[in-house]
Ligand binder design. Sequence first.
Ligand SMILES: [Zn+2]
Length: 606
Amino acid sequence: MYKIKLVLFIGMCLITNLSIKAQSQLLDSIKNNSSEKRIMKNISYFSDVYGPRLLGTPKYNKSVLYAQQVLSENGVSTRLESFDKGYRGWDFSSFKVQMTTPNYSSIIAYPLAFTKSTKSAQEGELVFIDKIQDAYDLKGKLKGKIIMFKSLYYPVKSIEQQMSIRLSDEDLNKATANTDPNDVRIGYHSRISIPTLFENRENYKNKITEFFKYLEQQEVIATVEPSDYPYNILHVDGNRALPSFRLKTDYKPLASFVISNEHFGRLLRLQNLNLSPKLKVELTSTYYNEPLYNRNLIAEIPGSDPVLKNELVIIGAHLDSWHSGTGAVDNAASCAMLMEAMIILKKINPKPKRTIRLVLWGGEEQVFAGSEFYVNEHVGDMKTGEPKNEKPKISAYLNLDNGAGKIRGIYLMGNKKIEPYFAEYLQPFPTSNTLTIQNANQTDHWLFDYHNIPAFQFIQDPLDYISAIHHTNADLYEYVPKEDQEFNADLVAYLSLKIANEKELLPRKPCQYIKPNKIGNTTFQLIGFKNAKKVSLVGNFNNWDMFGLPMYKTADGWKTKIDLPKGKYFYKFIVDENWTNDPKTPENELAKDGKGHGGLTVIYVE
Ligand SMILES: [Zn+2]
């Protein structure tokens, strides 16, 4: 008996030692085949040569073709998938903003995307408005004026904390200890659902379209809004006063600029001193309607197992960028790192069982244009939830889009079952093995997660990403931390290979429904709220998932049924984005789950 045990024990040690040896050999060969020089060269091409890369522009298209060429030269097979969903491109060839009165000053400025050329260099007096109605009240008095969005102005001041940070052990431990996916302990995350995000954006655009049509009728020259970053950094995308007018059928708004917060402050102070400052503005911009400029690049290392090769491990990053920097950090560096991961895998030829696929997305900045197309086409319909052919075949999707800092771990997106897998895979990376149950959204993996594909975003050292770089004119090659790039590429190559060779598909979250479900052992009902547009159910059974489980309308309210195993559960409703307790439960019986959720109803399933 003892003897057998001993033999077994020695046998186990041998296997473990062998697998540790094989593991470190694999990692060594990954490290020996990756090249920092190649990554940095590709980042330079994407940013210095082809940047900025707004979707639908010739520059974006050239950057796609460049990526394709680099991958092909290294033996990785590629294809392009175009999505002509009516997106348009936009670029400028020149612009200038100057203060001409009471003194001359060059103004630090950038035009907002998708805005029209001015007729010529035009000078005008400034009209500061607090709200849209102010401009409507000035009907007939706005000709030749420049509208200044004062309501968006909050004076910036010196940043007193460190501008660029790496995550400390304390930060990472806090993230590890988290038990609630919606508790933001690290990075950023919103609770809004994807369908609502799409809907809000459209509603806002409709409102603002009317306003810009009015300004044009009134012969306003241009609009100006302040940046919300300090140190003359311009935060310019399409998301503040002016949402993206990204579709061919969208209105073309008049020339609109973001200027530095400090310059906006100076103009406002001069106006308040009754010195009537004037600006002279000029913009020459172009719209593109070329369907082929809207596309995703797909690259593959084919699987070697006769059956499992039909399954996929997908890694992805968006190649497009906003237009004021060169999009080096957001997100050329991630693309170059993931391309490097594919090149390494091609070079070491490890014959993964499953196919490893890289997708470089177009139009993430246009609210996930490229990944929305891909997911609708191959994974599942974003409106009805109807599954498509790849849904049961994707083991995991890994996304890189949190700046260019070192990978420190993974956001598990509420998927507790995945933890032991990643804990094992990341063993050789002791500085990068933090796993947090926390959700991370607002980028392309979100749409895969919506269909309950195990989809993840990496935890990365933020450096100065949020303080200075994200969607600003400072998003330049200089802020890519060279020392982190090769490490990240090695880690992703190793991790994708591990997932590709896993015995089974990685586990999905136990419970996530995206369609009203009319079968199940437990009925949830919300009485009333007949005018609500959308009601969903959230609870500990779906990890307080921000989408909730959609409920369907009945004669007296809202209802859904789900299957729950035996146990104690807490729940709440989301009524048109408002977290709402069940009015059936008396106030004094409402519970807390001890993890930050209150106003809950308790149920027992037996
Ligand atoms: Zn990004």
